[in-house]
Design a protein around this ligand. Structure first.
Ligand code: AMP
Length: 202
């Protein structure tokens, strides 16, 4: 099972991707997490990337493409993986298609979590409040100004991705405003049925 999860920041991609990873015993690959780990680890990649992430902008495609390509070449991705936060641009989607073509495998589905912007802003505020209550550090890009920029960024650059996967017949659209469990059930049943209603996904 090779999946990508698409949706605006705050749509619940991370939660659903982690659940799907567990369900199908495949690794969860979050480019945001990988980049944050590079920043925290003070690696060579981390330093220039930190400033870009703090502004809520996108890290250059070549940096992220290489990071993903190296990761999906690892043994634990042989039977599949779930990508969260990648691709974010049509160029990244084309790069992913090329990576999979080279391996002679296909994407099983691109899952889109659809959520209204007003709901996303509410969720972001709640995530910050919950993090503060737990005395955990708040992500530096979780503040209203940067969040609004990340939403704009999503509409402009990630929006066209939906068309890309729609045209390829790989897009599975899910109502992301249901409760978390209902969203998980919905995704799993769509994947079992296959989006065309015929053959199930591998
Ligand atoms: P996320 O955790 O997915 O919300 O990502 C946090 C930040 O990491 C984003 O705002 C970007 O700065 C950076 N990032 C994550 N994934 C990508 C990607 N596929 N392309 C470019 N930048 C990314």
């Amino acid at each position: 099972m090779r999946l990508v999860v698409l949706g605006p920041p705050g749509a619940g991609k991370g939660t659903q991707a982690r659940r799907l990873a567990e369900r199908y015993s495949i690794p969860w690959l979050s480019t945001g997490e990988m980049l944050r780990a590079a920043v925290t680890g003070g690696t060579e990649l981390g330093l220039p990337v930190k400033a870009i992430m703090d502004r809520g902008e996108l890290v250059p495609d070549d940096v992220v493409d290489q990071m993903v390509s190296d990761r999906i070449d690892r043994e634990d991705c042989r039977t599949g993986f779930i990508l969260d936060g990648f691709p974010r641009t049509v160029a990244q989607a084309e790069a992913l298609t090329a990576m999979l073509d080279r391996k002679g495998v296909k994407l099983s589905a691109a899952i889109e979590l659809k959520v209204d912007p007003a709901v996303l802003i509410e969720r972001m505020a709640k995530r910050v409040a919950d993090t503060l209550a737990a005395h955990d550090p708040v992500r530096s890009d979780d503040n209203p100004e940067v969040f609004a920029r990340r939403l704009d960024e999503y509409r402009e650059t990630t929006g066209p991705l939906l068309d890309y996967y729609l045209r390829r017949g790989e897009l599975v659209q899910i109502d992301g405003m249901q409760g978390m469990d209902a969203v998980t059930r919905d995704i799993a049943s769509r994947l079992t049925r296959g989006y065309s209603g015929s053959s199930p996904y591998r």
